[in-house]
Design a protein around this ligand. Structure first.
Ligand code: GLP
Length: 234
């Protein structure tokens, strides 16, 4: 595991956008999983900006949705986010996008993974240490599935428990660990505790992000605030 700490999210986002575009240059057919959430807005805006400015061809990459709320009136929360921040501005074609619902149905039907061996995955972390929507208690070999969301996650993402989705589809820890390169980003004070819990060395089911520590190409990207508690351990 490598840790990189930046002064602020703008500097980190800049670094990440360059890192992503360099990966695409090396492998134009990159299969990549994209997280959603507040943390990624600036990163994705920067990717769009640089892609246009440097005229980078993204027409061969494959985008994988890694999680989505389930059984809700509004079916496409994370997909709408991806559409707004990446798919539309980058003009990605329908056949470049892999929706998680389809991957889940494929897995149920064929007992075979559609999301295996991603080249690259962008992850965030929840305040309860979830990654994608692998909530505390998730196993290392867990696969794509429907999961019950914790009340911490429901409050974080919707402000309260009323009308917030109770279920989600998520790729499992196994599919995440099978990715060749993993990036996890956390910014701000509210992420300092899950970062401390997950990256102090121990691997525990109650902190799902802790499974990433043993991956051979894992980079943890933090701003100073998110690093503050872990920093005291060094
Ligand atoms: C959501 C998503 C995760 C994301 C996390 C952090 O629950 N399922 O993929 O990483 O929350 O979100 P934010 O960046 O808004 O804090």
């Amino acid at each position: 595991m490598r840790i990189k700490v930046f002064n602020n999210r703008t500097e980190a986002s800049d670094f990440l956008a360059h890192l992503f575009l360099n990966e695409v240059k090396r492998n134009p057919r990159l299969k990549i999983g994209f997280a959603t959430g507040k943390t990624y807005k600036e990163v994705y805006k920067k990717i769009v900006y640089l892609t246009k400015r440097k005229k980078i061809d993204l027409s061969k990459i494959k985008m994988y949705q890694i999680d989505e709320y389930f059984n809700t009136k509004e079916k496409y929360f994370t997909f709408n986010y991806l559409k707004k921040y990446l798919i539309k501005p980058l003009n990605l074609d329908k056949n470049q996008i892999h929706m998680i619902k389809e991957s889940y149905n494929f897995y149920k039907e064929h007992h075979k993974d559609k999301i295996d061996n991603l080249d690259f995955i962008f992850l965030g972390i929840g305040e309860d240490s979830h990654i994608a929507f692998n909530e505390p208690g998730s196993y290392k070999n867990s696969k794509i599935r429907i999961i019950k969301l914790s009340s911490i996650t429901r409050k974080d993402n919707f402000g309260n428990l009323n009308n917030s989705p109770k279920l989600a589809i998520t790729i499992g820890i196994k599919e995440i660990l099978d990715s060749k390169k993993i990036i996890l980003i956390a910014f701000g004070k509210n992420k300092s505790k899950p970062i401390l819990d997950s990256f102090s060395g121990k691997i525990l089911k109650k902190y799902p992000a802790s499974f990433l520590q043993k991956h051979k190409d894992f980079i943890l990207i933090l701003d100073k605030k998110a690093f503050s508690l872990l920093n005291q351990k060094y």
